[in-house]
Design a protein around this ligand. Structure first.
Ligand SMILES: CC(C)(COP(=O)(O)OP(=O)(O)OC[C@H]1O[C@@H](n2cnc3c(N)ncnc32)[C@H](O)[C@@H]1OP(=O)(O)O)[C@@H](O)C(=O)NCCC(=O)NCCS
Length: 180
């Protein structure tokens, strides 16, 4: 069943701690950080405070940009997350871009990534950004398809050597106007 419009997408709160940390550990196996910059040494309340402050442009680590983290829930169950970066630095221009999303394995192939990506586009548009940069590994078929369905147009393919010998990357631009 498609998740689509039934998803609640919002910032993380106190009650989300266990689900979010479980998702983080689960997706580390895929080399994906569900909770960016989180470590077990940090109190959950401090982490969610820091994420919300980051959205306001406060408590930003050196070399980072203003950003926010939003999570998607289906009837209270954590489905995925989207990071939104309101600015692009040189590093994000190469890898990462404005929007990064991930979906918990059991909820995949039901449209969640598309909804998270569209939510990120709307958030950027409300901040006055008209075109979003999004990147994915060249062999990440699910992410590439998500980007294309959200209006992404291929800008460049970066060979391995230009991305610190990681997998080659695709870079897309997409208009942030709503496409739904
Ligand atoms: C990539 C990822 C976000 C896709 O999430 P998802 O919720 O399954 O994606 P959706 O259901 O919204 O699918 C979007 C489109 O991609 C297609 N798709 C998704 N996963 C696919 C896969 N593994 N193979 C082929 N197509 C795939 C879907 O079929 C859909 O197209 P359709 O509407 O024609 O059916 C998810 O697999 C994931 O979290 N992977 C690990 C983290 C990651 O790679 N994040 C992206 C970093 S750039």
């Amino acid at each position: 069943m498609t998740l689509g419009k039934t998803l609640e997408i919002r910032e993380l709160e106190s009650q989300d701690e266990q689900q979010a940390i479980d998702a983080h550990h689960l997706m580390l196996c895929e080399d994906f950080e569900f909770l960016p910059t989180w470590s077990a040494a940090e109190d959950w309340e401090d982490y969610i405070y820091r994420m919300k402050a980051g959205r306001r442009g406060e408590h930003i680590p050196e070399g980072w940009v203003r950003s926010a983290l939003f999570a998607a829930f289906d009837e209270g169950d954590l489905v995925g997350r989207v990071s939104v970066r309101y600015e692009i630095n040189e590093s994000l221009f190469q890898v990462g871009g404005h929007i990064g999303y991930g979906v918990v394995p059991e909820y995949r192939r039901r449209g969640a990534a598309q909804e998270l990506c569209k939510f990120g586009l709307q958030e950027l548009r409300e901040s006055g950004i008209e075109h979003a940069l999004v990147t994915c590994d060249s062999d990440n078929i699910g992410s590439k398809s998500t980007i294309e369905k959200c209006g992404g147009l291929l800008d460049a393919e970066l060979p391995e050597i230009e991305v610190n010998f990681g997998p080659s990357k695709l870079r897309f631009w997409m208009p942030t106007r709503l496409i739904r």
